[in-house]
Each structure stands twice: as C-alpha cells, then as structure tokens.
Design a protein around this ligand. Sequence first.
Ligand code: NAP
Ligand code: FE
Length: 367
Amino acid sequence: MNHYMPVHVFTGEYAVSKNEIEFSRYGKRCALITGKSSAVKSGALQDVTDTLTRLGVAFCVYDGISQNPSVESCISGGRFADQFRADFIIGIGGGSALDAAKAVAVFAANPELDEAHFYQKLWQEDPLPVLLVGTTAGTGSEVTKVSVLTDSSGKKHSIHDDRLFARAAFGDPRYTMSLPASVTLSTGIDVLSHCAESFFNRKADEISRAFAIRGIQLLYEPLLKAAKGETLSLIQREELYNASIMGGLAICGTGTCFPHNVGYYLTENYGLPHGFASAAFLPALLFMVREKEPDYAAQFYRELGITEEALLHLLQVTLPVNQIRMTEEEIRAVLPRWENNNSVLNTCCEISTEEIREILVQEFIKG
Ligand code: NAP
Ligand code: FE
C-alpha cells in the first residue's frame, strides 16, 4: 500500500505555544475556522490567538461551522478568508471544524468554485496551507486527507485528496477536558470504529493494522471508564487523544468500511452524533467477520489482547439506548445507496445489499 503521512503532528500539553514557530511559516495573515463554542470553551482559541499576536500574524475568526458541516458554510468561510486576504487557514475544534477548515482552504484559493466543481476536485489553485488544532479525541481528521461535508441535498460525503492534508496539527489533551460526557463517548467510540473498520478493510496491511491495534489498546480503559460516568484524568485524556491519532493514521491508508457509510444515514435522518452512528454497526461487522473470515477475526483478537466479549461490552456501555425506529418501506427505499458503494466494497468480507437490509431490520424494526 502507498502510505503517505505528511502531517507534522505536535502532541502533548502546550503543544501550540511550545511550537509557535510553526504558526509563522505560512504568512502574515490567517483565518481561524471554528464552531460556535468549542474553540473558546476548550481554551484552544485563546492559546492560538495569543501565539499569533506574539508573532505579529493578523487573524480573523469565522465561527460559522456547525456539526456535520455544510459545503455552503465552507464556501462562506472561503469567501471570508479570501476577503481578509488570508495566507493560511487554522482550523480549531472537533472533526467538524477541522474538516471544514480543509474545505475552506480550497474555497479561499478558488473563490469562484461551486459545490459540484468542489466535489469533482476541479480546483484551479492548490488550497491555502492549513494548520489544525484538535479539541475532540475522535475523528483523527488532524492526520487524514479527508473532509466529510454535508451537500446541499442533506447527504454526507467524504472527499479524499492529498491536497487536503494539513501542514501541521496540534493535539493538546487539555483541550479535551471541557468535552461534555456524551461527546467524550461519541467521539471516543468513533476511534474504535476507525480502528476496527481499518483492520477489517480489504486495503489493510501490516502498517495500518499496527496503528489500528494500538489505537484500540490505548482507548479501551479510558473509554470504559468514561462510559461508567467516571471523570478522566489528563493522562487518560491524552491516551484517548493519541488513540484518535492512531485511528486517523490507520484509516489514512485504508479508509473506513460499511459501518461509517451506513452510519451517515442515521446522522442525516435521525440526528445521531457521528461516532454513535457508525459504532451502531460495529457489532454487525464483528459478527460478520467472525463468521466469514474466522482466521482473520482470530488474528485481530490475538493481536489486540482483548476478547470479542470485552469489545462488545465496551460498545454496549458506550452506545446510547437505540430509540430509532424505521419502516420496511423506508429501508427498501434507502438500500440502493449502498449498491456498489466503495466503503461497503472495502469491507474485508463480502457484504451484500440484502445483508445490509437484514442488519437494518434487526436493529431498527425488530431490535
Ligand atoms: P464535532 O461535530 O466536531 O463536535 C461535536 C460537538 O462537540 C460540537 O457541538 C462541538 O462544539 C463540541 N465540542 C468539540 N470539542 C469540544 C470541547 N473541547 N469542549 C466542549 N465542546 C466541544 O465532533 P467530532 O466527532 O469530532 O467530528 C465529527 C465530524 O467529523 C463528522 O462530520 C464526521 O463525519 C467527521 N469525520 C471526519 C473524519 C476525517 O478523517 N476527516 C473521520 C471521521 C469522522 P462546536 O460546534 O462549538 O464546535
Ligand atoms: Fe468517524
């Protein structure tokens, strides 16, 4: 496999101020891209603006990014950055703000670009340089070349391109201390999905598997503790954050597989947070692989040193009670979406559209 991992990653407490020279490399003006409140609550915005002020870099803040960000908000952010004549972009927040920052960098460099041409990657100019400051331990967007956005019809799509890699990412676990309990769980369980979906991916190899296994090992104890309602120490927050970077590096090579893609539907139609939505399909993935690829499943648990039972327990205590109810007609109507879908095809064992139907019926009609 072609492993390209070009992001300079700075982790640990005070990662921003300790590495402030990184903020002076890309120009004298920058646009900060954030959600409504997390950049402030986490303390990350303050650290970044203090650093920019010290360095004499002019900045403006665009805080118009919502969860599951729309392409439209990225177009607005791009115009905002262009009008400010930004030389570079800094994304601060969870996966939503970081993914949006990557797209804003494209639109800022190509102010005339529309949604269709964005998705077709018909970008005349390369995106502006991007720095990312993460505030959730979840998506690993800091190290991926992926931006997941919601299009004008309300559907989530991921766009993958080497030009979307950030120049540098800063992961200070202190920023995740302000996460509400439920966001710690939904973002933490997303890390488990990334690692498992990467391991059980047709494209997996020795390198991606190493990241996937280590990521799950790192996240297991702190996530279980958080699911029991206990407060996490800074060290445990750091373990979760490092696990999220491992998950990002794992999917960087392989991409995700069917749980993420089917999960998008739960987020779009039922508002379920991204991490819970993908992980809802992890038990089905684990059962399917055990049945169809028993040797590979055994290798997974052997390398992990964690049993299937223990992994299912973690999922059970972390996921919220399933309150989603679908009809047979609804399921039949949405199924074509997963015919010849790349993420479904990337699953290490064959999975038919009929099997996806059965999973949805089991979970959301009979379940
Ligand atoms: P998020 O949508 O970025 O954030 C969830 C919520 O938590 C938001 O309300 C956010 O507030 C808040 N929040 C974030 N950090 C906080 C903090 N430190 N303190 C207090 N509140 C905080 O959640 P996410 O799970 O990190 O990102 C999910 C998105 O990433 C989805 O769109 C998903 O599809 C995408 N994703 C991307 C990749 C990739 O490789 N690029 C991989 C997987 C998923 P604000 O709204 O104020 O920011
Ligand atoms: Fe995810």
